[in-house]
Design a protein around this ligand. Structure first.
Ligand code: G3P
Ligand code: CA
Length: 259
């Protein structure tokens, strides 16, 4: 992937579990991350946001409504934005039952809990800072949490990514040793400037071409593409030279990517 990841003998193409093994377990929960590890994913991906009391929690949407029972527990608090709730309040929520009764009472985890829980279980982490403009200062809080869990800072274990390039520039200044991913497909003309701080360009797979992958590589960056759940599509993308596929089905992708 990046020079750092390659230096750690990472596989040629990384199998990356999107929000955990989210086809089979509720996204962004420890259950989904542990299942990804059991399915031999090379990395797991997660989405970090911030509570009203400035704690880092894992949630994809900017509201709690889709993946928890917040509407039942706090009926008067629409639209149930993550940043309007304290961690203690979010702790009362069930983030598993929406997916399956088998996961009833699975909690919304903090970033720190996941860094602890997965430290000896998962090889790598792809950490997305979600909607950072909603959470001024979130980059420094993520950096502090990572410094409190230094095993994740070993070469090749961690990539921090966002759709927000300004946020990633800020994060790069705080932790220049951590590889940075930019989500999206920026114009080829922008790649030289982005390569000043980014190590990876992480585009959606639709519309991705062999030539685009080659251009990103020619600027010294890698490509992780999302969200690829079909093995035939994954094979085509691997033939383009991508460095990782981000998937809800890490077990299926294991059959496609090398290790
Ligand atoms: O890691 C890629 C992917 O997570 C970006 O999109 O919306 O699933 O966070 P999204
Ligand atoms: Ca994400």
């Amino acid at each position: 992937i990046s020079a750092a990841l390659k230096a750690s003998a990472a596989p040629a193409v990384a199998d990356i579990a999107h929000r955990g093994a989210s086809a089979y377990a509720p996204e962004n929960t420890v259950a989904a991350f542990e299942l990804a590890a059991r399915q031999r994913a090379d990395m797991f991906e997660l989405d970090v946001q911030e509570t009203a009391d400035h704690r880092l929690v894992l949630m994809h949407d900017t509201t709690l409504a889709r993946t928890t029972d917040v509407e039942r527990v706090f009926p008067g608090r629409a639209p149930w934005r993550v940043g309007d709730f304290t961690l203690a309040e979010i702790r009362r929520l069930d983030a598993g039952s929406w997916f399956s009764v088998d996961y009833r009472d699975e909690p919304v985890p903090t970033l720190g809990e996941v860094l602890d829980a997965m430290a000896d279980k998962a090889p790598g982490l792809l950490l997305e800072v979600k909607e950072p403009r909603l959470y001024p200062g979130v980059e420094a809080r993520v950096a502090d949490e990572l410094r409190d869990h230094p095993s994740w800072l070993s070469p090749g274990r961690l990539v921090v990514q966002s759709f927000d390039g300004n946020s990633m520039r800020t994060f790069h200044r705080l932790m220049p040793e951590v590889p940075i991913g930019l989500l999206g497909a920026p114009p080829i003309a922008d790649l030289p400037k982005l390569a000043e701080y980014a190590d990876l360009i992480n585009p959606p797979y639709g519309g991705l071409t062999r030539d685009y992958v080659r251009r990103v590589h020619s600027h010294g960056m890698g490509v992780l593409t999302w969200t690829v759940n079909d093995t035939a599509v994954a094979r085509r993308l691997v033939s383009y030279g991508v460095d990782g596929v981000i998937t809800n089905r890490p077990d299926a992708m294991r059959q496609v990517v090398s290790r």
